[in-house]
Design a protein. Sequence first.
Length: 310
Amino acid sequence: MLDKVEQVTGRKPKLGIVGAGNIGQLLAFQLAEKFDVCLISHRYSAPTEKQMSLTSLSQDISEQTFKILPSNHAAISELDIVLVCVKAYQVIEAIEPLLLHLPSHAHLILMHNGMGPYLSIVPRLKVTQGLSLATTSQGAYRDNQWHVTHSGNGLTQFGHIDGTPLSPQAKHLMLQSIPNSEWVSEILPALWQKLAINAVINPLTALHQCLNGDIALPKFQPTVQAILTELFDVAKAEGITLDQTETERRVFEVIKLTASNRSSMQQDVNSGRQTEIEYINGFIEKQAKKHSIDCPVNHSLCAEITALHQ
Ligand SMILES: NC(=O)C1=CN([C@@H]2O[C@H](COP(=O)(O)OP(=O)(O)OC[C@H]3O[C@@H](n4cnc5c(N)ncnc54)[C@H](OP(=O)(O)O)[C@@H]3O)[C@@H](O)[C@H]2O)C=CC1
Ligand SMILES: CC(C)(CO)C(=O)C(=O)O
C-alpha cells in the first residue's frame, strides 16, 4: 500500500511519532529526511510547531521545526506509519486515542524496553493494518524539553509481528534513516535478548545504586545466573528459541559497553518516576505463571523495585 502511495503521488510517507521524549525526538531528526514526520503528544489540545535541536554524536548541533499533533487530531487519519516511542507502561494509553482515527492501511511500530503491550494491541487492529516491534540500543537524553543529545549509536532492530507487513519501500527508507539498524525475520528472539539485558542490569543497578559496569563483579554473579536461567526456561516454554550462550555473552558485552552508565531504572527510581519493571522482570514472572514455572528471583526483584516506587 505504501509503495503505491509513493509511486502514485511521489510524496514522502507520513509518519507520526507518538511520544516527544528522548527517543521520539532523536528519531524525528533521523527520519525527517525520508518521511513527512510529525510528533503526537498528549500535552497539547491543538496542533502546534516546536523548534527542536539535536546534538549529534560528533557534537554538531542541528535545528528543525516539527509539527506536534494532539492525540485525537483529524490529521491522524492521514498517517501511513505510527512509531510509538513511549515507556512500556504508557503504550496502551498513548495508542488508545489514535486507534479510532488511523486509516485502514496504517502500520504501527512499537519501540520500547520490556515486553508485553503488543499482546493487547494485536486484537484491536483492523484486518488491513499491521504491527511491527522494535528495540533500540541508541542512547538519547534531554537537558531541556526540546534539545536532545544523541549519546550512543547502538543497534536498532525491527521485525513484523501481526497483520499486513510494512512495505519493502517503507522498510528501506526506515533503515536508510536510522544508523546501525536492521529488519529481522523474527523479532521476538531479538526482544527476548534485549529483555535479558534489561532484566539483569536494570533492577540490580537500581537496588544497589551502582553503575552498569559493577554488575560484572563476582558478588552479583549468582543473581545474574539465576535471572537468566529463569528467563531461558520461560522463553523455552513460550516457544522462543534463544541461543543461551550468545544471550549471556551479549548481556556481559552490554555491561562492559555501558560500564559507566546509570541504567534508566536507577534514574527512574532516583527521580521518583514509575519504572518499567512490570514489563521487564514482571513480564518474565507473568509468562512463567502461565506455564506454572517458578521464578523466585525475577519475582523478588520485581517486588523490591515496585516497593521502592510505592
Ligand atoms: N533514552 C534512551 O537512551 C533509551 C530509551 N529506551 C526505551 O525507549 C522508550 C522511551 O524512552 P525515552 O524516550 O527515554 O522516554 P521519555 O520519558 O523521554 O519519553 C516518553 C515520552 O512519551 C510521552 N508520553 C507519555 N504518555 C503519552 C501519551 N499518552 N501520549 C503521547 N505521548 C505520551 C512523554 O510525555 P510526558 O513526559 O510529557 O508525559 C514523553 O515525552 C522506553 O521504553 C525506554 O526504556 C531504549 C533505549 C535507550
Ligand atoms: C542497556 C541499558 C541497561 C543501558 O543503561 C538500558 O537499556 C537501560 O538503562 O534501560
